[in-house]
Design a binder for this molecule. Structure first.
Ligand SMILES: Cc1cc2nc3c(=O)[nH]c(=O)nc-3n(C[C@H](O)[C@H](O)[C@H](O)COP(=O)(O)OP(=O)(O)OC[C@H]3O[C@@H](n4cnc5c(N)ncnc54)[C@H](O)[C@@H]3O)c2cc1C
Ligand code: FES
Ligand code: FES
Length: 471
């Protein structure tokens, strides 16, 4: 576990700290991967965490000289609703929307997803098809690496210990280009890809001029289906062409058996996904199933870094000062904990619950700087100077919040362990979608699990809260 936690106020400070601490240091963005890696002792040598999420200006998505640029702290949730990405990098917006749950997407970054370098990570697949490159910066200077040369194996990249990924860029998709990303998992939401695929085609009068097809979770790194790409060039997307391209793509896969699927099944599913992707492009159905206004659980807030006047170096001795439910608190002794454990064990807020402690269940949900997050995956020092709201902060003047009241009246509580998380999600959902339809409610609740499986009544409680707010 970490001995020093640096909240960097400037990029230069982060790079300097990386140069100073080398192998012992690690950049931390959303911490959705890193917290679990540290907990599981995958990185036993790491002692210094350098948090870059408070550095202003790193969370922007921009168009410059025909290239889309994505900063290192851009969240999946920002990307899924970015008009720029929907227009010029649609498969990436789709992939971001499919990552985990809304709460995971409110902390997880695209850069973190690339650096973790799992072959099942979703954003690598469309970015590779879009011809992306990454900028790696250190105090020694900077270099630009094409994404296809970035990976050297499972969870391995060419990055040096003193380097930080500071930009992701790809040529903006043009009106004659069409693209789509599809993933297949063992359930509909909160799911790691068993297989994923992206296709980006350049078309003139219905004839393919160039094709990029990339495949995830079927080899040690994301791969191009090179023969399928070559085959498509110069052809129209008719049924026979699509079937042959899908067959060639399946042949390119080199999957393994694991607990999620057999190699055989994966290879077959590559064919199915590529066929579906090409059919969607042929029929102009790329955006099918992609919601115009997905629930983000930002409410009326925007995920903006709360800036720091200067870089803060926190150690075990430093008290962590932050606000909970409008009250200033200062906590000593929680430095190596998660925000959840700091709230429960040191600050006396036991409303957020620990169930999975791995971001899967939503029982620990709180609002941090206005946005719904999973406190089990937030390192406690990250909350320094932040504004946190727990379920205890919802009731006012001894009166339950309208959402809490609706849960009581709808009988949406059995053992009650999951209830704080569901209530927090519903509060944020109704701030941004006052009249949500069933599908929007289901998407919003996809990061909250109820082991008593009382979902009908929970959905009913959400609908009741919405109705009562508008009556
Ligand atoms: C419950 C759950 C569900 C998930 N579902 C999915 C899913 O469906 N699809 C999917 O693809 N992923 C999924 N993930 C994985 C995870 O959310 C993503 O990989 C996330 O994008 C990582 O980003 P982060 O900001 O949290 O990275 P962090 O955890 O902060 O960092 C990850 C790694 O990258 C390094 N790093 C981060 N930023 C930089 C940088 N700028 N420069 C250098 N190094 C950097 C860190 O040191 C660390 O090694 C899931 C995770 C959880 C817990
Ligand atoms: S998601 Fe945090 S305890 Fe389950
Ligand atoms: S009410 Fe028991 S876990 Fe949901």
């Amino acid at each position: 576990m970490w001995k020093t936690y640096i909240l960097a106020a400037h990029l230069e400070d982060a790079l300097q700290a990386l140069a100073e601490h080398g192998e012992r240091a690690r950049i931390v963005a959303g911490a959705t991967d890193l917290m679990l890696e540290l907990e599981r002792k995958v990185r036993p040598h790491v002692e210094v965490l350098i948090d870059v999420t408070r550095i202003p200006g790193l969370n922007e998505i921009m168009l410059k000289d025909g290239w889309v640029h994505i900063g290192p702290t851009v969240l999946h949730s920002q990307a899924e609703v970015s008009p720029l990405l929907r227009q010029h990098g649609f498969p990436l917006a789709q992939a971001c929307w499919g990552v985990g749950s809304p709460q995971i997407r409110n902390r997880g970054t695209i850069a973190g997803n690339l650096v973790t370098a799992s072959p099942a990570n979703d954003t690598i697949v469309p970015l590779m098809a879009l011809g992306a490159r990454v900028t790696l910066r250190s105090v020694r200077g900077e270099r630009i690496v094409p994404l296809r040369e970035f990976y050297t194996g499972v969870r391995r990249t060419v990055m040096q210990p003193d380097e930080m990924l500071t930009d992701i860029a790809f040529p903006a998709m043009q009106p004659n280009q069409r693209g789509v990303f599809l993933k297949m998992g063992l359930r509909k939401a909160q799911v790691i890809s068993v297989v994923s695929a992206a296709a980006v085609l350049t078309l003139e009068d219905g004839v393919v001029q160039a094709a990029k097809i990339t495949l995830g979770a079927v080899a040690p790194t994301i791969i191009h289906a090179l023969e399928a790409e070559a085959f498509l060039q110069g052809r129209r997307l008719d049924e026979a062409t699509i079937a042959e391209a899908a067959r060639l793509a399946a042949e390119a896969a080199r999957p393994i058996d694991d607990l999620r699927a057999s190699a055989d099944y994966r290879r077959k599913m590559v064919g199915v996904l590529v066929r579906r992707a090409l059919q969607r492009i042929a029929e102009g159905r790329e955006a099918e199933d992609f919601p115009e206004k997905p629930p983000l659980l930002w409410g009326k807030a925007r995920p903006q870094p709360r800036p720091l006047a200067e870089t803060v170096v926190l150690t075990e001795e430093t008290p962590i000062r932050f606000r909970v439910n409008g009250r200033e608190v200062s906590v000593q002794g929680a430095f190596r904990k998660s925000l959840l454990r700091m709230l429960r064990e040191e600050a006396g807020f036991t409303g957020p619950k620990e169930a999975c402690a791995e971001g899967e269940c939503g029982a620990c949900e709180v609002f941090m700087d206005g946005v719904a997050v999973l406190s089990c995956l937030v390192p406690a020092p990250r909350a320094y100077g932040a504004e946190v709201v727990t379920v205890e902060g919802l009731a006012q003047d001894g009166k339950l919040h309208a959402v809490q009241q609706a849960f009581v009246e709808a009988g949406a509580v059995q053992c009650g362990f999951c209830t704080p998380g569901f209530v927090m999600t519903t509060v944020k959902l109704l701030e941004e979608h006052p009249h949500p339809d069933r599908e929007t409610i289901q998407h919003a609740l996809s990061g909250n699990l109820c082991r008593c499986t009382g979902y009908y009544k929970i959905v009913r409680a959400v609908e009741k809260a919405a109705q009562e707010a508008s009556s």
